[in-house]
Ligand binder design. Sequence first.
Ligand SMILES: NC(=O)c1ccc[n+]([C@@H]2O[C@H](COP(=O)([O-])OP(=O)(O)OC[C@H]3O[C@@H](n4cnc5c(N)ncnc54)[C@H](OP(=O)(O)O)[C@@H]3O)[C@@H](O)[C@H]2O)c1
Length: 293
Amino acid sequence: MKKVIITGGSGFIGSRFIRRWQKSFDILSPTHQELDITNKDAVVQYVKKNGADVILHTAAISNTGYCEEHPEESYLVNTLATTYLAEAAKAIGAKFVFFSSDQIYNGNKEEGLLSEDIDIAPVNHYGRHKLEAENRVLEIAPDAVALRATWMYDIPREDMPAHPNFYTTLSNAIEEERPLQYAIYEHRGITNAREVIELLPLTFDLPGGVYNYGAENHLNTFDTAYSFVKIRHGEEVAEKVVKADKERFAQQPRNISISMDKIRQASDNKIYFTNTFEGLLEWEKKYKEYDFD
Ligand SMILES: NC(=O)c1ccc[n+]([C@@H]2O[C@H](COP(=O)([O-])OP(=O)(O)OC[C@H]3O[C@@H](n4cnc5c(N)ncnc54)[C@H](OP(=O)(O)O)[C@@H]3O)[C@@H](O)[C@H]2O)c1
């Protein structure tokens, strides 16, 4: 059994990974209290003492608004601590796999699905800190894998928290018959967390590099929400709840939607996500009750 040290085991992704894969891997998941990843000496000591085949790094400050207000803390956790873990992984010969974000594309102006090789210049602290983490980690450990994840959704489950996300926010609004604004000048992938978790072990075998990781989405955010609600709840509900926000991003349309070509090719088509719209439809049919065991 491969030994995996996972950071962020109490978080959205970490808790689901542990629940899903605890019987397949020997998983070690230090809590924040047990291992503060911003303490470099503690990180090196912990990793050397315990050893691992893979370090799966999901701990982060994942709230972009908080990062904007607390840039130093964001830099410490999202950039520097990530490099400490990469160095520790290298020291013991472990594969280092960590979560970056599609937010690194938030300064780009291209249309269509974005690939990993385009020039990027993120416009917020979170994006810049994730990008610097990618660059520094790959200098330290060229065989490390950075996963540029999209916005993910799931409902909160026992011992598995979920931040407010596309699905929970929309379903609450439907229940309360409350109108919600969705930007027409925004394109982004939105991914079922269950697919993200299911495919994660395959990323341990990828060649080092940066990979987009999540659902492709050709629809804008308004069309994504409207089409989904129309099919699931009918046109009347869609009209009542899903409103077009024509102002947000109107000056500079926002496109952070990712192409999955690179990871698909690198994994011989094994790493493959359902696109956002189909994923949402599948979710209600197949996965809503899925408990990750
Ligand atoms: N969720 C999304 O939609 C999304 C989208 C794109 C990318 N990502 C990226 O995916 C990864 C996982 O995100 P997530 O949603 O699972 O994050 P999350 O739910 O916010 O969990 C973050 C985890 O990091 C831990 N942590 C924070 N600071 C720490 C420190 N100094 N030392 C040790 N542990 C620390 C937290 O522990 P405590 O709670 O105990 O502090 C928590 O377990 C992150 O890199 C995030 O940036 C997420």
